[in-house]
Design a binder for this molecule. Structure first.
Ligand SMILES: [Zn+2]
Ligand SMILES: [Zn+2]
Length: 232
């Protein structure tokens, strides 16, 4: 069950291209490759309950350089924006996750880790280049990930996820099943369980709150009349 504002982890992922270069290699020389260089900046923001304990670690900066060899002819990947983007995204993602620094970033955020214009800039340089040469393509960018953790949202999430059970039969109360929250004390039961209980008692099984006052007047009168008639 997801409720807006209940996710304790908030991620902000941004990236900017700082340079793209395509260098020709000798024919039959080194295999074409992509050199992915990025500065990885991590920020942490922690927001505690009660306004206290606001903590901010200083941002950490890491520099990463990863070489990816491209299968011959290589340039075909660099001429294909989508292929190129996927390759860079997966390489960066595996590198960061491999370092145990994924921080639980949802998959949907990873595309933002690669600057929007990066693949178009590579394609622009790679178009019309002969297939039989080797190339070295250097891409440089910064990747900023801000990881925010909100304790209040974590508590809310915990309350939503907390297993609930019927106080009478101790089976789980699942949303959509027939659940009855008694009106004042809000103790929760299966409708069938509390129905059986009310055959014996007018009080809440947990807190003994007496609900006999909630019997609608017309039913109470009907009951009293029947008692009176019994006595005749
Ligand atoms: Zn029950
Ligand atoms: Zn109760």
């Amino acid at each position: 069950m997801e409720i807006a504002g209940a996710m304790p982890n908030v991620f902000e992922v941004t990236s900017q291209t700082t340079g793209v270069e395509l260098i020709d290699g000798p024919v039959g020389g080194f295999p074409s490759h992509l050199l992915i260089q990025f500065e990885f900046v991590r920020k942490h923001k922690w927001i505690g309950i009660g306004g206290h304990g606001k903590e901010k670690q200083p941002p950490s900066h890491d520099f990463r350089a990863i070489t990816v060899q491209l299968d011959y002819p290589g340039i075909n990947v660099l001429q294909h924006g989508e292929l190129c983007r996927t390759l860079i995204r997966e390489t960066v993602m595996n590198n960061i996750v491999g370092l145990g620094q994924s921080m639980g970033i949802p998959l949907s955020h990873w595309d933002k880790a690669i600057p929007e214009d990066l693949d178009a800039r590579i394609v622009e340089l790679a178009l019309d280049r002969p297939l039989d040469c080797a190339y070295r393509c250097e891409v440089n960018f910064t990747l900023n990930i801000e990881f925010g953790y909100c304790e209040a949202a974590a508590l809310l999430q915990g309350c939503i996820m907390a297993p609930r059970e019927c106080y009478i039969c101790h089976d789980a109360l699942t949303p959509g099943s027939n659940v009855m929250y008694l009106p004042d004390c809000t103790h929760a039961y299966h409708v069938d369980c509390i129905k059986q209980w009310f055959k014996k008692s007018t009080t809440c099984p947990v807190c003994r709150e007496d609900y006999s006052r909630l019997i609608p007047d017309e039913y109470r009168l009907l009951g009293e009349n029947m008692h009176a008639n019994d006595g005749l």
